[in-house]
Design a protein around this ligand. Structure first.
Ligand SMILES: Nc1ncnc2c1ncn2[C@@H]1O[C@H](COP(=O)(O)OP(=O)(O)OP(=O)(O)O)[C@@H](O)[C@H]1O
Ligand SMILES: [Mg+2]
Length: 349
């Protein structure tokens, strides 16, 4: 195969990932699961975007579509200015080195029959980027960069600890210097005692190499620490997106407020001043999402309009370019507090 690597069409701007109107529905015997229903998100070079939301909200589906492990029902995914949504597998192959996914569970994503060295070397071989001594050197350097001793190259995945295995999958993902890394809960399968070191490793490598990163997690403390921007997902849609510091300081969407109120904060004074918002019920089924605002069935602030009219994701008049989809948040950013809902609505004639 002599596929030439196309020049990056988007060198004029700094966007490495642009997801636009992404829809992914799964149709089965029970009906259509609307896992992702119109998500737009972009990531710049060197930027870490955190994607958070309850289990089942569609985060992994967005991540899988972003690296073309899954194909969207509608919408588009553009990586480095190339629309990869409808490229054939063959056309995609030379581009694959630009984007990688690090999975939650490294054991399932590493071939147990291969040695660590062969696993890390594989993408470099596939893309014919190195061979022979140069390849061996690259692998040794990569292992050192992820903090693994060189002799581990001869071991197989089952001989390593969980944290070491995840370091191997990070080394493999970064071996070809990707522009985009999607990390889907990369530490949640690991022992708590090694989670921080693997997170720190990812952050250090990202600062050094400036790849764009979509970081999917349940760990709000982790995204607060490492993400530049955070996108909050609820039932297949984004409800809020803002620079990390702004989102944590002043969440606008009632769902974001609830999500953050349930997370431990390092500062006890802040914890005391922040009332815990307990959402009623479970995430509704994506087989039959509520009409109007999808969050209205659990929102302590919902009014009639929320039950009938789906709110659009709007950009607020704030410097950071925050986006919110809630009827109750004003364009100037004035937002109600879901922890202190006003139970009485006075309708004047
Ligand atoms: N291949 C599939 N076939 C059918 N339904 C699917 C498929 N993949 C995902 N889903 C459904 O799509 C919805 C979103 O799933 P997804 O895995 O993206 O959520 P998530 O936010 O990553 O959850 P978690 O935090 O638990 O990892 C869920 O209801 C899930 O059951
Ligand atoms: Mg997931």
């Amino acid at each position: 195969m002599t596929a030439a690597i196309a020049p990056p069409e988007a060198s004029r701007d700094d966007t490495v990932l642009d997801i636009s109107g992404l829809v992914r529905h799964f149709t089965g015997p029970a009906g259509t699961v609307r896992a992702v229903d119109g998500v737009s998100l972009s990531i710049g070079r060197g930027e870490i975007v955190g994607l958070v939301g309850e289990s089942g909200s569609g985060k992994s589906t967005v991540g899988r579509c972003a690296v073309r492990l899954d194909r969207p029902t509608a919408g588009s995914v553009t990586i480095n200015g190339r629309d990869v949504t409808r490229l054939s597998k063959r056309a995609l192959r030379p581009l694959r080195k630009d984007f990688h996914l690090v999975f939650q569970d490294p054991s399932s994503s590493l071939d147990p029959r291969m040695t660590v060295g062969a696993i890390v070397a594989q993408p470099l071989r596939l893309h014919r980027l190195a061979s022979g001594d140069a390849l061996r050197d690259r692998v040794a350097t990569l292992l050192a960069q992820v903090g693994l001793r060189p002799e581990l190259a001869r071991r197989r995945p089952h001989e390593l600890s969980g944290g070491q295995r995840q370091r191997v999958s990070i080394a493999r993902a970064l071996s070809v210097d990707p522009q985009l890394l999607v990390a889907d809960e990369p530490t949640s399968a690991l022992d708590v005692s090694v989670q921080a070191s693997v997170l720190n490793l990812l952050v250090d490598l990202q600062r050094e190499r400036h790849f764009g990163c979509l970081f999917i997690t349940h760990d709000l403390a982790a995204v607060e620490y490492l993400a530049d921007r955070i996108a909050v997902m609820y039932l297949g849609q984004l409800v809020e997106q803002a620079p990390a510091a702004e989102l944590f300081a002043d969440p606008k969407h009632p769902y974001t407020q609830a999500l953050l109120s349930a997370a431990p904060v390092p500062n006890p004074a802040a914890q005391r001043s922040r009332a815990r918002i307990v959402l009623s019920g479970e995430l509704p089924s994506p087989l039959d999402p509520p009409g109007g605002c999808r969050f209205h069935t659990r929102c302590p602030l919902a009014v009639d309009r929320c039950r009938t009219e789906p709110p659009a994701l709007r950009r607020l008049a704030e410097g950071g370019g925050r986006q919110v989809s809630c009827h109750l948040v004003a364009d100037d950013g004035t937002a109600p507090d879901a922890a202190a809902p006003c139970p009485v609505t006075i309708n004047r004639p």
